[in-house]
Structures are given as C-alpha cells and as structure tokens.
Design a protein around this ligand. Structure first.
Ligand SMILES: [Zn+2]
Length: 144
C-alpha cells in the first residue's frame, strides 16, 4: 500500500471491475449483444450501443504494450518511490483491452523494485492483486 496515493472512485459503472479485483479476478465488461469486450467500464457498448453486459473473468495473462518511468514532478505519495514503472498491459483475450498498472517482482512487491532497464515491450505478464485501501484492490503485474 502506498500511503497517500489517490485511489479510484468506485461508481455504479465500475463496481463490477472492483468487485472482481477484490475477489482475485480480473473482470472485464462484455457486451451481451455483440459479445465484444470493453474497457474502461461504461454503460453503453461503443460498438453496438447495447446497454446489456456481463462481467467476464479474464485469464489474467497479457503482454507489456508500453511502459514509462515517471520523473518529477510527481504526486507527493510517489516522490520517494521514484524511479518506478508504469506499464500498459494488453490482455491475451483481446489486445485492444489495455490496463495501466505497475510491474512488480512478486505479488507482494513494490512498484519500484523492477529495474526499468529490464522491462521489454511484448514481455508476457500475469495479473496479481494488491490491497490499496479499505475498499480497493488494485491489479498489478508480474512477469510470467
Ligand atoms: Zn456491443
């Protein structure tokens, strides 16, 4: 847990995602009409405009699509953690579904323990879950 880090607001549209992470699953919205996945969560399918969806558990496997090493100025909660990494991961189920997170050495790891010079685009990763506050469990990533 990163003290003072801003946490996501859990709204009606996003609750299914956060209920999934709390249960140790990466759940992504799937349109009940055209069956396409979509992320971030939203009420209406961007492909067919249907309002019906399910929350489907993904495998948790993906690849590093891109990454950055943030530099100051940073939010105060992250100042002492720099340098750390922020990765964008594309999911195996649909490479157009991309999540922002951090690459860790282990599920209990910290966001600044991976040497950024060792991160590679296309590197296979799998999701892990870290409690980040009373009601929030964040998906993060480790190499698979
Ligand atoms: Zn649709």
């Amino acid at each position: 847990m990163i003290s003072g880090a801003p946490l996501p607001a859990i709204r009606e549209d996003t609750a299914g995602f956060w209920e999934g992470t709390a249960a140790g699953e990466l759940r992504i919205q799937r349109c009940s009409n055209c069956r396409r996945l979509r992320f971030p969560p939203r009420p209406m399918c961007p492909y067919c405009n249907s309002l019906d969806h399910t929350w489907d558990a993904m495998s948790g496997n993906g690849r590093v699509w891109s990454y950055v090493v943030p530099h100051p100025p940073l939010l105060p909660a992250f100042m002492e953690l720099a340098p750390y990494n922020v990765v964008v991961v594309e999911l195996d189920e649909d490479p157009l579904i991309r999540l922002v997170g951090n690459l860790l050495e282990s599920a209990e790891g910290a966001i600044n323990e991976v040497d950024p010079a060792t991160i590679r685009i296309g590197q296979p990763v799998r999701v892990v879950f870290q409690p980040a506050g009373e009601d929030v469990v964040l998906p993060r990533w480790v190499r698979s």
